[in-house]
Design a protein around this ligand. Structure first.
Ligand code: GTP
Ligand code: MG
Length: 308
């Protein structure tokens, strides 16, 4: 046997990477950027992500299974509690932890507490701190911020400043992550880029548009249920119901003469056609479901239980 037979074979690495942090720091934006597809919805409002979403990146040497998580926050409703539980559970199960913060905002006490919590070594996986949104800060603000992070968590394996939105320095993060992935074969088919079904994507794309078009507390009290998802030869037909938490929110969602719902539907449909790669007919309804966000059973039905 030729001695050189295996010499060029680099071992394959595969593992899970939990993306963790306070709401709105850019976790979903980063995951979409790293895998090159929009599998997680993104809005300027905190608490956009409500359940655990996988985004899978595969090349010749590695498979990275990113786990996007809900932002870690305090909130009194059952939905808030479930979201935070989901984030911590994802952290426990991951091979590598990426703890993100928003560089464009001063380090607030809640972010500091979160970093200290992970730094206490309760979880033994390697930790990488990501300082996101560096496109929004002056260069001279970066070093002091990185030094502060280093002081708060000296045991972390790396501190990476980047812009998820612009895609700057994301390769540096990928290189760092690769070092810490276990050597093992791929877990997912290399063609897969998410664990979400088309149905789940449809619900999320509609919810994204609701979040973008509504103000104040209303988006947080909306959810989307897909009642029909039918694949025809040349199009997918989807019936989706937008749940609102109180009677007074319904007319606000619908808008004058149905304008707002129509706009939500059009934008969601265009996004869905892009990701599903075919024509979509999207029919939307609004329904009042009082306090759905505080009912454990209803949350389970919506895929928002504490293990979602
Ligand atoms: N300027 C700038 N904005 C960013 C960057 N990354 C994310 N954003 C914006 O920050 C907002 C929040 O982004 P998300 O990706 O939804 O944040 P998240 O951490 O997933 O938020 P939750 O799901 O609520 O926990 C959006 O308006 C993004 O466009 C960045 O690198 N630079
Ligand atoms: Mg998110």
């Amino acid at each position: 046997m030729a001695a050189t037979e295996n010499i060029n074979e680099t071992p394959f690495h595969c593992g899970t990477v939990a993306l963790l942090g306070r709401p709105n720091v850019g976790k979903s934006t980063l995951m979409n950027r790293l895998i090159g597809a929009k599998v997680a919805i993104v809005t300027p409002k905190p608490q956009t992500t409500r359940h655990r979403i996988l985004g899978i990146f595969t090349d010749e040497q590695r498979q990275m299974i990113f786990v996007d998580t809900p932002g870690i926050h305090k909130g009194g409703m059952q939905l808030n509690k479930n979201m935070v539980r989901v984030a911590y559970a994802a952290a426990e199960e991951a091979d590598v932890l990426v703890i993100m913060q928003d560089a464009s905002r001063p380090m607030d006490p809640a972010t500091r507490t979160l970093i200290e919590q992970f730094a206490d070594g309760r979880l033994s996986q390697p930790r990488i701190h990501v300082l996101n949104k560096v496109d929004c800060i002056a260069k001279d603000q970066l070093l002091p911020r990185l030094m502060m992070l280093q002081r708060l968590d000296p045991g972390a394996v790396a501190y990476v400043p980047l812009s998820a939105k612009k895609g700057t320095q994301t390769e540096a993060l990928m290189r760092e992550l690769t070092k810490h992935l276990p050597e093992q074969p791929a877990m997912y088919d290399p063609d897969w880029f998410t664990d979400q079904s088309q149905r789940q994507l449809a619900a999320e794309y509609v919810r994204e548009q609701v979040f973008l078009s509504m103000h104040q507390e209303i988006p947080f009290q909306t959810a989307v249920e897909i009642e029909r998802f039918e694949e025809h030869e040349d199009l997918i037909e989807i019936d989706a119901v937008i749940l609102v938490g109180s009677e007074r929110h319904k007319p606000m969602l619908i808008g004058k003469g149905g304008d707002r719902m129509k706009a939500v539907g059009t934008k969601a449909r265009l996004g869905l056609e892009q990701i599903l790669g075919c024509r979509v007919r999207l029919n939307l309804w609004a329904r009042v479901d009082e306090d759905w966000f505080d009912h454990p059973g209803k949350l389970m039905d919506l895929g928002l239980g504490s293990d979602s």
